[in-house]
Design a protein around this ligand. Structure first.
Ligand code: DAH
Length: 338
């Protein structure tokens, strides 16, 4: 009998070694101390013993029960104290801010084009597109640019063949639209243009322009001023100053260049505005009658205005970007700021 008690103790020690979870420890407790457990089985033996041995045996069992209880409870305590730090480290704090997945963004030039489209959409302008590989006719001829004009040389234009080129301006779209449609016309034409410029902080062989054209009966220079003023104030802010300077373009007469007060120094003078306080952002003018003749419009009936702007230039002025090359390098540190 006493051997059995010793064996129970040894078994318990062996079994404890194989247990690493609280659940396992609880099961062990039931196995030894539960109603149908080992200790109770021993208790049931007492009445079968001779009367004089019962008391001593009973005491032994009680001592064993205390010992087993202490062992198992101690073991459970040990397991729980090891488990607490683990549970703590696994707790999910739902009040912590989430990790934002990094998603793509529109390129800053696309954003500018979208902004320009939106302002002009409110003024009733549709969006039109034309080809980047273009006939000389649309890039020069129909725009009243004379055959000996310096912009026609291959210093200023990429030629593919004698009469085929990469468009050097989006003014080409004016002609393509007017060939197809009768007035009233109100369009803007965003897109890429190409010029064989050496790349530096301000030049690129490819850049973006937005062309605008409005043709109808009775359109005047006052309409041109009104529309462009409205665009500039909406895009750059109400406090920006605008000035119109007389200029020359073959496809408009009269022509103007439009300056805004330098948005970087607020007009005080800085290296971006060459210390003048003004920066040029648009070319514009009343459509030259020769252009209307090229598309067979009645020049007695219709007048119109056109304008063109550089998307990179406008974006650089708006955000204070000092190098055009940043737009084409796809450096995520630059792009993610917009
Ligand atoms: N096409 C001109 C350029 O590339 C910009 C321009 C100026 C467009 C005056 C126009 C305009 O329509 O009227 O520099």
């Amino acid at each position: 009998m006493l051997d059995t008690l010793e064996e129970i103790k040894r078994n318990l020690q062996k079994e404890i070694k194989g247990i690493s979870t609280l659940k396992g420890a609880e099961q062990l407790k039931i196995k030894y101390l539960g109603r149908n457990g080992g200790i109770n089985d021993l208790m049931k033996l007492i009445p079968t013993l001779p009367v004089e041995k019962r008391a001593a045996f009973g005491q032994k069992i009680n001592a064993l029960k205390v010992e087993i209880t202490d062992t198992i409870e101690g073991f459970i305590k040990k397991l729980s104290s090891e488990a607490i730090p683990k549970i703590k480290s696994e707790i999910f704090d739902i009040t912590l801010p989430g990790k934002r997945p990094s998603i793509g963004k529109r390129h800053p030039l696309t954003q500018t084009i979208d902004d320009i489209k939106e302002v002009f959409a409110r003024l009733g302008f549709d969006v039109a597109y034309g080809p980047e590989v273009e006939l000389e006719h649309y890039n020069f001829e129909a725009l009243n640019i004379p055959p000996d004009h310096p912009s026609r040389t291959d210093f200023d234009t990429f030629y593919i063949r004698d009469d085929v080129l990469l468009r050097s301006q989006t003014s080409t779209v004016q002609i393509r639209i007017m060939e197809k449609q009768k007035p009233p016309i109100r369009i803007i034409a965003p897109g890429r243009v190409y010029r064989p410029d050496t790349v530096d902080a301000r030049h690129s062989f490819m850049f973006h322009q937005v062309e605008g054209l409005l043709v109808d009966e009775g359109v005047s220079f006052a309409d041109l001023k009104g529309v462009l003023n409205q665009f500039i104030k909406t895009y750059f802010g109400q406090n920006i100053q605008v000035r119109f300077r007389p200029s020359f373009f073959p496809f408009t007469e009269p022509s103007a260049e439009i300056d805004i007060s330098c948005s970087l120094c607020g007009g005080k003078g800085c290296n971006v505005c060459s210390y003048s306080g003004w920066v040029e952002i648009l070319g514009a003018g009343m459509v030259d009658p020769n252009v209307f003749k090229a598309v067979h419009y009645d020049i007695e009936k219709y007048t119109g205005f056109a304008f063109g702007m550089g998307v990179e230039r406008i974006t650089m002025l708006k955000y204070g970007i000092c190098d055009i090359r940043l737009f084409y390098e796809n450096d995520i540190r630059f792009l993610s700021q917009f």
